[in-house]
Design a protein around this ligand. Structure first.
Ligand SMILES: Cc1cc2nc3c(=O)[nH]c(=O)nc-3n(C[C@H](O)[C@H](O)[C@H](O)COP(=O)(O)O)c2cc1C
Length: 316
């Protein structure tokens, strides 16, 4: 692989690199990727099933998804999925939960076109409503698709074939629905990373972030003493920059007075008040305490506290 190094980055020209290296760059850097478990059928009616993680959704009106069965990196041969789609342009794309992983891995091994991976992987089927290929009962989310285009992305070993599918029917397992929405915990989907790594999208891997409302004022509007803080990270500054406007001096004074006179309810409020008390006797430590209090508040979602407290600190 021909590499160069500058500014702390290794830069790689794909045209000068081995296919395996380029493949590994994509697998590792474009990750975690959702996994499509794709069911197709041959002209002779033999079922086929295989996973594809070069996969995503591309529009909702009408709903489009795409995945990419590549020509073999070793011998350039076409995968059964691609050969089937060229003859019967229909498929069912399934989401893959953690509990299905090993059966999906089994379906990814190279069985001949005469063998059904449904049988080899011991997967129970359901008939589809619109298309011919069958559905995998155990997956909680199925998309019956009409294949509209197969776009070749090259014609040699490792070249992809973008299969553009229009979804004609969705199926959602009732047991993953909570309050009319699919619950990510109940879905427990997996994603593919580089090499042999996978991601499990449940438990502590899941987190919630509110959608930004309106237009954030931007980090560039924050005063220098906040932007240059050694304690606040880029993410912390991003949270402040997402706020729509900055409080004026009057509002800051009022907010701080309320904190001083009220009973502290949180650890970060206590830490801030402690800092405020020692501002004259130990100004360096006091500033640190107050910035840490702001950081903790940002982590706990109290962005207004952080903004008022940080603006109350005078520039050094
Ligand atoms: C999790 C996972 C993701 C995969 N993603 C892809 C992919 O995006 N493109 C591809 O060509 N092969 C991919 N593969 C390999 C195919 O599943 C494998 O070649 C399979 O045998 C193809 O089956 P078929 O010949 O029945 O179509 C993946 C394998 C696994 C286990």
């Amino acid at each position: 692989m021909k590499n160069s190094t500058a500014n702390g980055f290794v830069s790689i020209d794909p045209d000068q690199s081995a296919l395996k290296e380029v493949h590994n760059l994509l697998l590792s850097g474009v990750s975690p990727r959702p996994i499509a478990l794709v069911s197709t059928i041959s002209e002779d009616g033999i079922d086929n099933l295989a996973p594809f993680s070069f996969f995503n959704a591309f529009g909702a009106n009408p709903p489009y998804i795409a995945f990419s069965p590549a020509y073999s990196g070793k011998d350039g041969s076409a995968k059964d999925t691609l050969l089937n789609l060229e003859k019967v342009p229909q498929c069912v794309v399934h989401a893959v939960p953690f509990e299905l992983l090993d059966q999906v891995l089994l379906s990814s091994t190279a069985y001949g076109p005469e063998q059904s991976e449904f049988v080899k992987a011991g997967l129970e089927t359901l008939e589809s409503e619109v298309v011919r290929p069958k559905r995998v009962k155990y997956s909680p989310f199925h998309m019956e698709c009409q294949v509209e285009q197969i776009i070749p992305l090259g014609d040699t070993n490792g070249s992809g074939n973008l299969v553009l599918c229009r979804v004609v029917r969705f199926h959602v397992a009732e047991n993953v629905m909570q309050d009319g929405k699919m619950s990510p915990e109940a879905l427990d989907l997996i994603g593919r990373n580089g090499f042999n790594y996978y991601t499990r999208a449940s438990g502590s891997a899941l987190f919630k972030v509110d959608k930004p409302a309106g237009q954030g004022m931007g980090i560039d509007q924050l005063p220098d003493h906040i932007r240059n803080s050694d304690i606040l990270s880029g993410n912390d500054l991003g949270k402040l920059g997402l706020l729509e406007n900055m409080p004026d001096q009057g509002a800051i004074g009022e907010y701080i007075n309320k904190l001083k006179t009220g009973k502290p309810k949180t650890k970060y409020q206590k830490l801030f008040l402690h800092g405020l008390e020692s501002l004259d006797s130990n100004p360096i430590q006091a500033r640190k305490d107050m910035e840490i209090a702001a950081k903790v508040a940002l982590n706990e979602g109290d962005h207004q506290f952080a903004m008022h407290v940080l603006l109350h600190l005078s520039p050094i």
